[in-house]
Design a protein around this ligand. Structure first.
Ligand SMILES: [Zn+2]
Length: 220
């Protein structure tokens, strides 16, 4: 992925429109990370405006005709009075709160490889990413999920535990911990992870099924 294609992929590289027309134009011209097509989006959800420091931004989910869901960052500051996008970003950068470009690139690459069905290469990129960025919960989570799906549940658990150590709010790791524990026969640990996950996501069907199958495992 070239640097030109980093545009829009993170807060550091976000679009900074100065009018709502310019914002629409930026989004329409944004290339899909998976197929490279522009303006071929079938669905979009701008979500709610979020804030980090003085930066006010949207993470827009845009689904391409190819099926890939792109997440595109747009900073709203220049549409409003107050701190300009440039100043607000510079302040975050000074405080060390902006994403690392290389980390963003590797996370997007992992997502695209997965979407394209290239799980082997996705795992390689994810492992390299976790290695280079030991503080990235997302990088460790990707490794955990891919290793579980590959049948390497013991290794998977190491990455999932690390994910939660870095970021206890990364609750998706709990669901995969449940699956990985069950796969290696740790029914009690599987149930505990599933129940912890269900406290955050009580209507998640697969997690409910996981918990149910663990309880049955006990009674059998
Ligand atoms: Zn596409």
């Amino acid at each position: 992925m070239s640097n030109r294609l980093m545009q829009g992929l993170s807060l550091r590289h976000a679009y900074t429109p100065s009018s709502s027309q310019e914002r629409s134009d930026f989004l329409a011209a944004h290339p899909c990370a998976a197929c490279g097509k522009q303006g071929m989006y079938v669905d979009g959800d701008p979500g709610k405006e979020r804030r980090t420091g003085a930066v006010r931004f949207l993470a827009v989910a845009m689904k391409c005709v190819c099926g890939f869901a792109n997440l595109v960052y747009v900073i709203n500051n220049d549409l409003k009075s107050g701190v300009s996008a440039r100043e607000a970003l510079a302040e975050l950068d000074r405080r060390g709160l902006l994403d690392d470009s290389e980390l963003t690139r590797q996370l997007v690459d992992t997502g695209v490889l997965l979407f394209l069905g290239n799980r082997g290469e996705a795992l390689e990129v994810a492992k390299r990413c976790a290695n280079e960025f030991p503080g990235s919960a997302a990088a460790h989570y990707n490794c955990g999920v891919l290793l579980y799906e590959k049948g390497e549940s013991t290794q998977s658990l190491r990455y999932l535990d690390r994910t939660l150590a870095i970021d206890p709010a990364f609750t998706a790791a709990l669901f995969y911990k449940g699956l990985a524990h069950r796969a290696i026969g740790n029914v009690e640990a599987a149930l505990e992870s599933a129940e912890r996950f269900l406290r955050f996501h009580p209507s998640h069907l697969q997690a409910k099924e996981l918990a149910r199958s663990c309880r049955q495992g006990y009674s059998n």
